[in-house]
Design a protein around this ligand. Structure first.
Ligand code: GLN
Ligand code: ZN
Length: 667
């Protein structure tokens, strides 16, 4: 389901993947309809519970709640019109009941049921479903810790605090302000209150003083026996441990706390809150106080020149010189045909590329040898694109370990871990950079590679950068200044890079912003300020160029319906989106709003090795062209060619070029 399959006469596309809430972790979207039959094939939580029990450890199994599961699912292609996955709740509950009964008979005292949908506005739609579902599950289950995270319950608290469960967990990292309301909502009952005081989303050390204060407040209202200290959410989103980091300075290491360290923070906070007089606990408390104070002192040492530059940004810097129609005329000098073909930037990151990078890191090859190797890769990519007949070329990004890390490493203000891998999906992990101080550009970052690529061909070369919002969203941000300010600093650094690319003769420049959507706050009430800084920083990064320079932007997995005006406001000359798997809803949104700039809806899916036959791509284009203006249509695949092999990349892109030729004849 996650990868698709094309073998032995079977040809099935992969299922859609979506970002999990506002994180960079993905899930495979379940596809349901009235014929769906749920069945417990395998009770993994039970097996793991038993395994831990055999090792002498009593654990609290964790399961995703039925309402959140259905809320995140989608109707299958076969579903009747108007079908809503939540309508399957009564069919799903018996399976949950069976799973929970099995856990209970195996001796589980507690079970954690995650219902993060409760921190979204949408959670309110399910009030009745929550009531009936938990009334049905509770009698069969171990004590239920109903767990919410990534945000605040807000008005959903009203019904959550009436559910027949034994405990409620709240996220006090993302929703510190919900402490008082939650405490008063549960005081008269018997709920256990689990306080997520240690952030599962940030790598900064927990300020014990603040966490203990929250714990004490809850304890004084409901008593020690009814309070649990916890991490705010899963620790999946942060690296495993600081212990294996040897390159961070002692000063830097003292600022952070990864998953193992967070777990021990939980233990210390709990010990202090329960009145421990232990000397070790007292020492840990004192050490924390001193670390937090040192970090605060460091934060005061800001880089004045960067702050001053941010403060003197003028309104004109956010806008291109002319409107799109004028720019479009000027950009005719790129000589692109109708239905121009291009790709999203990367080409396969082969074993050889990764090996060369590893050798460079280990000092087995010199910088010069590595650069030569990268030039060769770029040349191969350029020759390949010329050979198959693509129109707007890319250099292929072979020099990049990762689209965010690569930029972070070339900017001041970031630090890096050696082993801080965080799961992105399936077997893919990323190593997010950490923003620790004011950000600025040390010097040109990509110019040399784009310039080299352009020197090899007479076709136009598209420069390729990662945008400010994405760099920030896929890094661990600072906690001491607003994200908006960090994004502005990044935008100014990228603006210089964009202008340098233009000066080096690069006529098209793409600034990827795939993370804009996932960075959207979970509560609608918080959207506007975010969208305002997200769009304006993108514009700040890109608007410094002349009319004839074509700006591109790219978004993945995007569901833009509700934020469309912000996408439009970016005013990129061309935007590419991942559309191959997301039916035509997305494109209809573009049409509905009368989107006037150019658009490249991905015409085939890149997340699986499956090669789309040319007629299939043509058909996809035909469906898309029923909705979109043919004069504004770019032909490109979805993103992610770096994760593919050359074999399928080549075969698929040849089919894509053929499909574009077909379209030029048809339209
Ligand atoms: N330019 C990047 C690439 O092609 C974009 C990746 C992304 O959108 N996630 O890899
Ligand atoms: Zn993408």
């Amino acid at each position: 389901m996650a990868r698709g399959r094309q073998a032995e006469g079977v040809d099935v596309p992969a299922s859609e993947m979506k970002k999990w809430f506002d994180s960079n972790y993905h899930f495979v979207v379940p596809e349901l309809d009235n014929n769906t039959a749920f069945k417990l094939n395998y009770n993994k939580p039970l097996e793991e519970f038993n395994e831990a029990k055999a090792a002498g450890i009593a654990t609290r199994p964790v399961v995703l709640g039925p309402i959140t599961y259905l809320a995140l699912a989608k109707a299958s292609k076969e579903a009747e019109a108007g079908f809503e996955p939540i309508s399957l709740l009564s069919k799903l509950l018996p399976v949950y009941k069976q799973l929970l009964t099995e856990l209970k008979s195996a001796g589980a005292e507690w079970v954690q049921i995650d219902e993060p949908i409760l921190v979204m506005d949408k959670g309110a739609d399910f009030e009745d479903k929550f009531a009936s579902a938990y009334a049905e599950l509770s009698p069969a289950a171990p004590k239920i810790m109903l767990t919410t995270y990534y945000g605040r319950l807000d008005s959903n608290l009203k019904f959550v605090a009436k559910l027949p469960v034994a405990g409620i967990h709240i996220d006090l990292d993302r929703g510190a302000e919900q402490l008082d309301a939650t405490v008063s909502a549960v005081t008269s009952g018997s709920y256990v209150l689990s306080l997520g005081v240690v952030s599962g989303r940030s790598i900064w050390k927990t300020d014990f003083a603040a966490a203990i204060k929250a714990a004490e407040k809850a304890i004084s209202a409901v008593g020690q026996d009814r309070v649990i200290i916890a991490t705010s959410s899963t620790l999946l989103h942060i690296p495993v441990t600081l212990a294996s980091e040897n390159k961070l300075t002692a000063e830097q290491k003292d600022w952070f706390s990864f998953a193992y360290e967070k777990a021990s923070e939980v233990a210390t906070i709990a010990a202090v809150a329960s009145g421990s007089q232990d000397a070790q606990v007292a020492a840990a408390l004192e050490a924390n106080r001193s670390s937090i104070a040192k970090r605060r002192a460091f934060e005061k040492n800001s880089d004045d020149s960067i702050r001053k530059r941010v403060a003197s940004i003028t309104p004109e810097q956010y806008e291109r010189k002319s409107p799109f129609s004028t720019r479009r005329e000027a950009q005719k000098k790129l000589n692109l045909p109708k239905f121009p073909t291009t790709t999203i930037g990367s080409f396969p990151q082969t074993k050889e590329i990764r090996q060369a990078r590893a050798k460079l890191t280990k000092g087995e090859i010199s910088e010069a040898e590595y650069d030569k190797f990268i030039e060769k890769e770029i040349e191969n990519a350029v020759r390949f694109q010329e050979r198959i007949g693509l129109d707007l070329l890319v250099h292929g990004e072979p020099e990049r370990n990762d689209m965010v890390q690569y930029f972070g490493e070339r900017l001041d203000g970031f630090v890096f871990t050696q082993n801080g891998w965080v799961q992105s999906y399936g077997s893919r992990y990323v190593r997010p950079p950490i923003v620790v101080s004011d950000v600025s550009r040390k010097g040109p970052i990509t110019v040399r590679w784009s310039k080299y690529a352009q020197s090899l061909t007479s076709k136009p070369m598209k420069g390729m950068l990662t945008g400010p919002v994405t760099i920030l969203n896929w890094s661990f941000p600072r906690a001491d200044i607003p994200r908006a300010l960090q994004a502005q600093q990044l935008a100014l650094a990228l603006r210089d890079e964009v202008c340098d690319l233009e000066a080096a003769g690069i006529a098209a420049i793409q600034v990827d912003e795939p993370a804009v959507r996932e960075g959207l706050p979970l509560r609608r009430a918080d959207w506007d300020p975010y969208l305002k800084w997200a769009t304006s920083t993108f514009k700040l990064a890109t608007a410094g160029v002349r009319d004839e320079t074509q700006t591109h932007s790219h978004f993945c997995y995007s569901d833009f319906d509700d934020i469309f005006p912000s996408i439009q406001a970016l005013d990129a000359d061309v935007i590419s989106i991942e559309a191959s798997k997301s039916d035509m809803k997305l494109l209809n949104t573009f049409k509905r709003y009368g989107y006037s700039n150019q658009i490249g809806p991905g015409v085939y899916d890149v997340h699986s090795p499956r090669v789309p036959p040319q007629p299939e791509i043509s058909q996809k284009m035909k469906d898309m062209l029923d909705i979109l203006d043919q004069q504004l249509f770019f032909v490109n695949p979805d993103c992610g060619l770096k994760t593919r092999g050359w074999k399928e990349t080549e075969a698929s892109l040849i089919n894509l070029v053929e499909a574009a030729k077909w379209a030029r004849q048809q339209y």
